[in-house]
Structure formats: structure tokens, C-alpha cells
Ligand binder design. Structure first.
Ligand SMILES: O=c1ccn([C@@H]2O[C@H](COP(=O)(O)OP(=O)(O)O[C@H]3O[C@H](CO)[C@@H](O)[C@H](O)[C@H]3O)[C@@H](O)[C@H]2O)c(=O)[nH]1
Ligand SMILES: [Mn+2]
Length: 733
């Protein structure tokens, strides 16, 4: 079955079809469910017979696994795949009728997010195949850095050459760094000249960034530089300017009505915004930054469609806005469509993806499942929103309290008039939101470090739907973390954000089941309770091993036919299905293996530490912050990553659960082998699984000498922890 849900059959904009495997997965779910129920029943009987720490722990572990498995079935109930017809938007609307598009790019730290990379992201979208006079790019700089502004001023000059070069030669990679760095670069007559210009600009910006300040003559003596620029830079020299404490800075760098490229075509608007900050006033991290942009852009251009981008997510396909318009232009969808989400893709992942950085499930597999139920979650970047969606449900408009910020207000005047600029400064102020509904009922929602998932979820609860758009050529490419520590820290932040949603009154098990399709609510339930994976994985990483070290075996014997096979079926069934889904989505065996390993490592450390920090924070012992992911890679480290070698290197406590589990697993495995030789029976061989998964930890602790090896401190502490655990267990067993 394939359905076009669009207007005229002659020029459909998009179509969809269910995934073929749906009936198979539903059938399998039924069989698997029987096994799950049988196992839980078996546990309960065991518990009634004898309640020990071990039987309780095993019950708890399997109970959580069963809960998460049931929640995951939401994704498998009705996955659908969509297609757009790119040739057709032109048939239903003339280019002059395309909606205006405001692009929001967020950056927060010039040290971790190099200005040159932010600039590349901006250039790549400024060069979109979309009417430039309808395009505005807003950069939010939470780092409050003049270096970033400087980079943008330079980039704007280069853009006047870059944009016509791209459209004339039909360049596909419109981030200059990606284009000139490409191994299959095609040379056009002007390529040399443009490349030189780019290199020159890059050198200039990077030298300023390295220096940490802008030489005076760069600001005052530059040709064609409007005076307003030097006035703007002078804000940084004012007394007391700090990243967390400074006035609003808004600088229009390019104005479409006035600025032309070298062929005389209008340029898109380019606006730099660093909202006001004050240490005493919470700024709500990225959600706060996006809301400031939502208001500043409402005052200046108020485009009905908004694209949100992280600063590292450069465009990889200039036709992306047109794809999004295939949905946004469909009048049948218009009344309920909140956003069109493109998957996150990364350009810097190594061959076997050792850190599971691709996040294949949440970014590439699960969204198909949610799309058939009400729409994918919002992934924080690569998402085309309808502005109206931020102001109440589809049929219950919630006004923003200020007429000038209304999503349906037409804005066509000059964006640099005095009134516009002063209002823009006002709405970017840090006290503007006090006692308003911003962040609770309108705009991006506050209260969670995963503002993306939370905002998308709340929009769904209000009755909006969303669409998953997944072209073959990735629409955006970003930087994935390339060290284990960065990766674990990122997931730790997500853990806290998810718990903030899962344990609030808006939790999917309360609000979700009330407002959404129950399977859709299940999907969200699965996401927000990710952190509780820590429970079964920690139990299974330590308990059977410690039991064996104390001459106990807690797995059923092969002779115990029904239970042995139930266990085996549940484990192998889940793993096989997981592998099939992963490879159907284009994954290799090694990537799958690494993904399941990282899943356990994350559960042991990020989820556990995130859970701990969440608890401390709820008792006000700690404050949660948005620890921005590092996007700079040092050469040596990058080489190790490319070779697929795990990076430990720093003495991070996040490694401890992994190294301790690795030691316990190794000991019990050795013990198990001896046991087999002496007494026979091979059930304990199941422990090979833990040992193989821990291999990178053994290597890093005992066999490596490079800078990425396990720091001695971590190894020593884990030996101590493992010994304490062993001693404690021998008392308990
Ligand atoms: O106070 C802040 C903190 C972060 N950011 C920006 O938010 C983006 C995402 O930050 P990053 O450190 O790259 O986080 P990731 O964990 O890689 O990002 C994922 O997870 C985030 C939620 O935790 C989402 O916001 C992102 O879109 C999603 O890609 C970056 O552009 C930052 O500049 C801000 O603008 N202000
Ligand atoms: Mn990121």
C-alpha cells in the first residue's frame, strides 16, 4: 500500500507507505511477550519460595528489561516511510509564493565550537537553493564572543563570492570547508580564486581566534566596513563584560534589501545575536537561546517557517528547504503540522563507529516508528518548524503576550530601523521572560536539559503532528564526539534531561497517555526512562560474576530445560531482532557490535552517574548545567580515533564502572574456565560475553603505552573497588 496524502493526484508533494516488516515484528512481539510473562511469573514463584538479595535483584533486573521492552514495542507497531516529489512544489506555488525561512544557529563556546566551523555552517545554509530574499540566518552566541562576531563579519564578505559560485556551478556541498576539502573536488574556472579567498579568510579568522582578541586596525581600517561594526565591537571593551554577564548585542551583518553579491543578487539577511546575560538570572541554556531568537526574529522578519541548527550541523544538500516545503506547502497538512525533522548525521565517525556515535536507533530507526503514530521527536537540529506551533495547539492559539511577537504578524519593513532594533534588544533582554508564559506555554520548553525531546513531546501533546524526512543524501552533517569521555559526558547530560521529563508531572506515563496515541506515548516512555537501563545492566555486569566467584551459579542449568531455553530465547531473540533492524538500516556487523557494547558502557557509567547527579540536584546539593560537547579534535587524538582505538587518557571517574566491571568479569571468567575443567558443565561460558565487551578496557589498562591508555589512577582505583566488591560479596553469599 502506498498513499499520497496530498492535494492533486497530478502533482503530489509527498507519499507514504508502511514498512514491510511490520506484521512480522508484531507477530514476534506476541511470541516474545509470552516468554517475558512466563519469565516474570517464574521470578515471582522463586521470590515466594525464597526471598534473597539475589532473587530480588534478578527479578528487578528482568522487570526493568520487560518494562523497557514493552515500551519499545511502540516503535514497532506502525513504522512508515515517506517520499517527497521535489519537482512538484514548483507546480503548486511559484517561487515568489514560497514562505520566508528563518534559520537559527546556536553556538555557546568559542573554545569548544571554533568560530570557523560555525561560520561554515552558516555559509552552507545561506547558499541554500531557496529565494535568498526570503532567507534570514540568525546566529545565537551564548558564548558572547567577539571572535565569533568577527568571524561572521569576515564570512559575510566572502559570502558575496561564495553564494554566486555555488549556484552558478551547482555545487552540492555548500560548506566551503567541506567543498574544498572534498576528495572529488571538481575544478571550475573560478575555483582557484574562491579557494584562495577562503583560505585567506580562514587564516585571518584563525589567527584572531588564536590571539584571543581583534587587532584594532582590523576593526577600524577595513574597507567597506560599516561604522556600526566598530561601534558594536566596542561593547566588548566596556567595563565588566563577561560571558555570563553582558548586555544584549545584536548586529545586522547582511541586510537583504541592501546587500548584494558580486553578481548583483540580493544576499540573505545575516544577524548576530548575543542575548543579555546576568549571573543572577537563569538563562535556560539552549532553549533560552532559541526563545530569544524566536522573539528577535519575530520583530525583524517573522518568517512562518523556522529551521533550527546546532552550530556544527552544516548543510550537505542545498535542496533541503524544498524537501521540507513539500510538507509545509501541503494545505491538507498545514493545520496540524508542527515540524519536519531530518535525521542527525555525522561526518567524522570512524569506520566501525567505536563509540556508537551514530545513535542509529534514536536518529535513524525509531523515528520511522513514531512517524506512523503522530510524528518523530524533535532532535534539536535539522528541524523545520512552523512558527505558529510555538504558540498553543493547532486549534487553541496562545498569544505571546506582546502583539509584535505574534506569529501571524506581517513584517516587511527594513530590519535595521531604529524602532525594530530597539524592540529586538528589548525582547532579547534577560528579564523579558520574567512572569511570562515563555518556556512553559509558548516557545521552546524549559525545565529539561533535553529541551529538544521535551519541546517536541509537549507539541505532540498539544495536538500537533510532525514528519520524518529522511533523504538518501544526508541533509546535514555534524561533529560527533570522538573521545570516550566526551561521549559519556554527553549521554550523562541527556540522562539528567530525560529524568527531568520522566519524573515530572508532564511525564509520558501521565500526560502522554492522556493526550497521545497510546503507542506514541509508549515511544516517549521508552525514551525518557532510558536511564533505568542502568539497573539491569549493572546487575548483570556484576551479580552473576560475583556469584560465580563465590561458587554459585545463578543462571539456569541446561538440564533445567524450560528455563534454560526461555532465557536463551529472550537473549538471542532480542539480540537477533536488534541486529536485523540495525543491518536493514544499513549498519555493518561491527558497528552493531560496538553499538551494543557502548549501550552497556553508557548504562554503567553515564546513566548511573546521571541518575546520581539528578538525585543530588533534586536535593539541591548540585546544580545542573549544559556542558557543551567539545568539537575540536587534537591531531594525535584524531589519528587514534581514525584507527578505531578507544580513548581513555584522562582520569575521568566516568570510566570507573567500566573498568571495575571489566576486572570482575575477567576474574570470574577465569574462575569459570577452571570450574569447567574440574566439574564440567558449560553454562558459565555465558560470561565470555562480558569479557569480549570489556576488551578495550583490558587493552587500555594493561597493554597500551600511548597517551590514550587508561590512567594509572583509574586502574588502581578500580582494582580497589573490585576487591571491595568481591569481599563484600563473599560476606553476602
Ligand atoms: O547554553 C547553551 C548550551 C548549548 N547551546 C548550543 O546547543 C547546541 C547543542 O549542544 P552540544 O554541546 O552540541 O550538545 P549535543 O549533546 O551534541 O546536542 C544534542 O543534544 C542537545 C540536548 O541536550 C540538543 O540541544 C542538540 O540539538 C542535540 O544535537 C550547540 O550548538 C550549542 O552551541 C546553546 O546555544 N546554549
Ligand atoms: Mn552536538
Amino acid at each position: 500500500m502506498s498513499t499520497t496524502t496530498s492535494m492533486e493526484d497530478s502533482a503530489p508533494l509527498h507519499s507514504w507507505a508502511p514498512l514491510r516488516r511490520t506484521w512480522l515484528s508484531r507477530g514476534f512481539a506476541l511470541v516474545y511477550l509470552c516468554a517475558v510473562v512466563a519469565l516474570l511469573h517464574h521470578h515471582v514463584l522463586n521470590l515466594l519460595q525464597s526471598t534473597t538479595i539475589i532473587t530480588l535483584a534478578l527479578f528487578l533486573a528482568d522487570f526493568v528489561l520487560a518494562f523497557m521492552w514493552i515500551a519499545y514495542q511502540g516503535f514497532r507497531m506502525r513504522p512508515i516511510r515517506r517520499k517527497v516529489f521535489l519537482q512538484n512544489p514548483a507546480k503548486v506555488a511559484t517561487k515568489s509564493n514560497y514562505p520566508k525561512l528563518d534559520v537559527f544557529i546556536c553556538t555557546a563556546d568559542p573554545d569548544k565550537e571554533p568560530p570557523m566551523s560555525v561560520v561554515n555552517t552558516a555559509l552552507s545554509v545561506m547558499a541554500y537553493d531557496y529565494p535568498t530574499e526570503k532567507l534570514s540566518v540568525y546566529v545565537s552566541d551564548d558564548g558572547g564572543s567577539q571572535l565569533t562576531l568577527f568571524a561572521f563579519v569576515e564570512a559575510a564578505k566572502f559570502a558575496a563570492h561564495w553564494l554566486p559560485y555555488c549556484s552558478k556551478n551547482k555545487i552540492v556541498e555548500r560548506s566551503p570547508e567541506a567543498h574544498f576539502g572534498s576528495t572529488h573536488l571538481v575544478w571550475f574556472p573560478e575555483t582557484d580564486q574562491i579557494k584562495n579567498m577562503y583560505e585567506h579568510m580562514k587564516m585571518k579568522v584563525e589567527s584572531v581566534v588564536e590571539r584571543g582578541s581583534i587587532p584594532c586596525d582590523y576593526i577600524t581600517n577595513e574597507q567597506n566596513q560599516p561604522q556600526s561594526f566598530s561601534k558594536c565591537f566596542s561593547k566588548w571593551t566596556a567595563n565588566g563584560f563577561a560571558r555570563q554577564d553582558h548586555p544584549t548585542i545584536i548586529q545586522v551583518i547582511l541586510e537583504s534589501d541592501k546587500d548584494k553579491d558580486i553578481t548583483g543578487h540580493p544576499m540573505p539577511n545575516l544577524i548576530y545575536v548575543s542575548r543579555e546575560k546576568n549571573r543572577a538570572i537563569p538563562h535556560n541554556f539552549k532553549a533560552g537561546a532559541l526563545n530569544a531568537l524566536l522573539r528577535v526574529s519575530a520583530v525583524m522578519t517573522n518568517a512562518p517557517i523556522i529551521l533550527t541548527l546546532d552550530c556544527d550541523m552544516r548543510s550537505n544538500d542545498p535542496q533541503t528547504p524544498l524537501r521540507a516545503m513539500c510538507y509545509h506547502l501541503d494545505p491538507q497538512m498545514a493545520s496540524r503540522l508542527a515540524y519536519v525533522q531530518f535525521p542527525q548525521n555525522f561526518h567524522n565517525i570512524n569506520r566501525d563507529d567505536i563509540y556508537g556515535a551514530e545513535f542509529k536507533y534514536p536518529f535513524h530507526i525509531d523515528p520511522f516508528g513514531m512517524d506512523g503514530l503522530g510524528g518523530p521527536d524533535y532532535e534539536g537540529t535539522g528541524c523545520f518548524f512552523r512558527r505558529r506551533a510555538f504558540f498553543g495547539g493547532p486549534s487553541s492559539f496562545v498569544p505571546p503576550g506582546n502583539l509584535e511577537l505574534s506569529p501571524d504578524r506581517l513584517v516587511n519593513g527594513p530590519i535595521q530601523s531604529k524602532e525594530v532594533l530597539s524592540l529586538a534588544h528589548h525582547v532579547a533582554g534577560c528579564t523579558f521572560e520574567a512572569q511570562t508564559i515563555w518556556g512553559s506555554k509558548v516557545g521552546f520548553r524549559y525545565g529539561s536539559l533535553v529541551e529538544d525531546l521535551y519541546t517536541g513531546y509537549r507539541l505532540h501533546c498539544e495536538g500537533w503532528r510532525s514528519i520524518f524526512c529522511h533523504p538518501n543524501r544526508p541533509a546535514f552533517l555534524g561533529d560527533a564526539p570522538t573521545t570516550l569521555n566526551d561521549m559519556l559526558n554527553q549521554t550523562k547530560r541527556w540522562t539528567m534531561g530525560l529524568l527531568q521529563v520522566g519524573l515530572s508531572k508532564h511525564s509520558p506515563i501521565i500526560l502522554g497517555f492522556k493526550s497521545l496515541n497510546p503507542f506514541h506515548a509508549l515511544c516517549y516512555t521508552n525514551y525518557v526512562y532510558w536511564p533505568i537501563w542502568a539497573i539491569p545492566i549493572t546487575i548483570y555486569a556484576f551479580l552473576p560474576q560475583l556469584a560465580l566467584l563465590n561458587s554459585f551459579s545463578i543462571f539456569p542449568k541446561v538440564s533445567d530445560v524450560p528455563w534454560f531455553f526461555t532465557y536463551a530465547f529472550l537473549f538471542l531473540g532480542a539480540y537477533t531482532q536488534d541486529f536485523l533492524e540495525f543491518s536493514l538500516a544499513g549498519g555493518t556487523f561491527r558497528r552493531w557490535w560496538n553499538n551494543q557494547r557502548m549501550w552497556m558502557v553508557r548504562a554503567l557509567s553515564s546513566f548511573t552517574f546521571g541518575l546520581g547527579e539528578y538525585i543530588l540536584q533534586s536535593f539541591s546539593f548540585a546544580k545542573s548545567g549544559f556542558n557543551v560537547t567539545n568539537k575540536v579534535v587534537d591531531d594525535e587524538l584524531g589519528r587514534r580515533y581514525d584507527k578505531g582505538i578507544f580513548e581513555f587518557g584522562v582520569a575521568s571517574s566516568l570510566f570507573l564502572p567500566l573498568t571495575t566491571a571489566a576486572l570482575i568479569n575477567l576474574l570470574s571468567f577465569v574462575r569459570g574456565i577452571i570450574h569447567i575443567f574440574v566439574y564440567g558443565g558449560f553454562e558459565d561460558l555465558a560470561l565470555w560475553f562480558g569479557v569480549v565487551n570489556c576488551w578495550p578496557a583490558y587493552e587500555a589498562a594493561f597493554f597500551r603505552s600511548d597517551d590514550g591508555k587508561m590512567p594509572m589512577k583509574i586502574t588502581v582505583i578500580s582494582v580497589v573497588l573490585a576487591s571491595v566488591l568481591y569481599l563484600a560479596s563473599s560476606l553476602a553469599f
